[in-house]
Design a protein around this ligand. Sequence first.
Ligand SMILES: Cc1cc2nc3c(=O)[nH]c(=O)nc-3n(C[C@H](O)[C@H](O)[C@H](O)COP(=O)(O)OP(=O)(O)OC[C@H]3O[C@@H](n4cnc5c(N)ncnc54)[C@H](O)[C@@H]3O)c2cc1C
Length: 415
Amino acid sequence: MAVRVYEEWFILSLIVEDGRCAGAVLMEIRSGDIHVVRAKAVIMAAGGIGRVFEPSTNALICTGDGMSLAYQAGAELMDMEMVQYHPTTLQGSGVLITEGARGEGAYLLNSEGERFMERYAPNMMELASRDVVSRSEQTEINEGRGINGCVLLDCRHLGEQVIRERLSQIQEIARDFANVDITKEPIPIQPGMHYQMGGIKTDIDGQTAVPGLYAAGEVACVSVHGGNRLGANSLLDTLVFGRRSGQHASDAVKSISHANVTDASADADRENIQGLLSNAEGGPMFGALRHEMGKTMNDNLAVYRDQQGMETALSDIREVRERYRSVYVPDKGKTFNTNLLFTIELGFMFDCAESVAVSGLERKESRGAHTRTDMPDRDDENWLKHILVKNSVDGPALEHLPVVITDWKPEVRSY
Ligand SMILES: Cc1cc2nc3c(=O)[nH]c(=O)nc-3n(C[C@H](O)[C@H](O)[C@H](O)COP(=O)(O)OP(=O)(O)OC[C@H]3O[C@@H](n4cnc5c(N)ncnc54)[C@H](O)[C@@H]3O)c2cc1C
């Protein structure tokens, strides 16, 4: 079967008619034209929220559009507080230094030259799971054994040949982005935002709470990763649940007819865009607002969290969102108006940021990637639950959902 791909089309909103997802409103980026596309089913596969944090290992397009679109359409977001910080990212740019380096035997060192993982995971050392290594690094940095907010990843002892043959990509990244020759110097690295375990709540066939709307990939939360994805397991999100969603949707649409969708479904998006383009010069630009939001997320919802920090983040997000109402878009053109697109994306990002913050505040314990210094223990009695976020007229509404335990009973993780 031939599948028509619409390259460079940008989804602005989902259409919900008679309680079903009935299509989407899209902008053709090349012309700026807005189109209504009716559909019997929509599979959201718009990726994660990485760039809601600054910096992040994620591409600039990872702005959480899909989560926000689904949330606005009535779907639930789940486990949004579970944000994975990868242990080895470059300061400033956030570029990922792959686990391959530690897999080959690279050491993590603090400012005193100690392999500090000895203190935290003496058996697994540098190969402990991501959250454990990230927390260990952050503890070293917080306790004054870091170097300019970083620790060091040392590959020197691996020798030039191993580095050239097996770590050439890392060698290039370190040279190009940090001006470091890894055969001669260690790389300054720090924990950085990498992956969102949470997302649009789906069942194992990708179905969301909105009939006809499916989600798969990082945008979705089937909950296969719990609060803590293991490296390489995104394949599950994309391949397994992408396939299952496609199969289910294609079967389901056989017995469904199209809803009555007209061009009027795009009115709200046209008005929104017109409003953005009409904002007066002198208003804030999207880049500054996006940076402010990303920074408060990274300052307050990173490896370690506490009540005060998360409250600060939430109030910052809301304050930046308020200023976004007068955001200035200097480019008024129709063709490839990336200024406008980035500004629209920022609107999506606020929903994601707010959901992470309210879910983090709601969870009164530490679990998975959510570590609170003010509530450091895991509390299975009260918090063996998912947190759901739904859109309401009063803002995000929270609910709890018990975790279904099957073969694997929760245990204390120790190394
Ligand atoms: C540096 C790095 C290394 C990684 N390494 C691994 C690894 O080794 N193994 C592993 O399992 N996982 C890895 N991950 C995680 C994994 O890459 C992601 O979880 C996965 O790529 C997500 O795939 P996706 O298809 O859901 O989303 P994406 O690949 O992000 O694709 C989403 C698509 O949706 C489009 N889109 C977004 N918004 C809109 C909109 N409004 N309108 C139209 N289109 C839109 C985007 O342009 C993009 O094309 C890594 C992640 C990073 C950042």
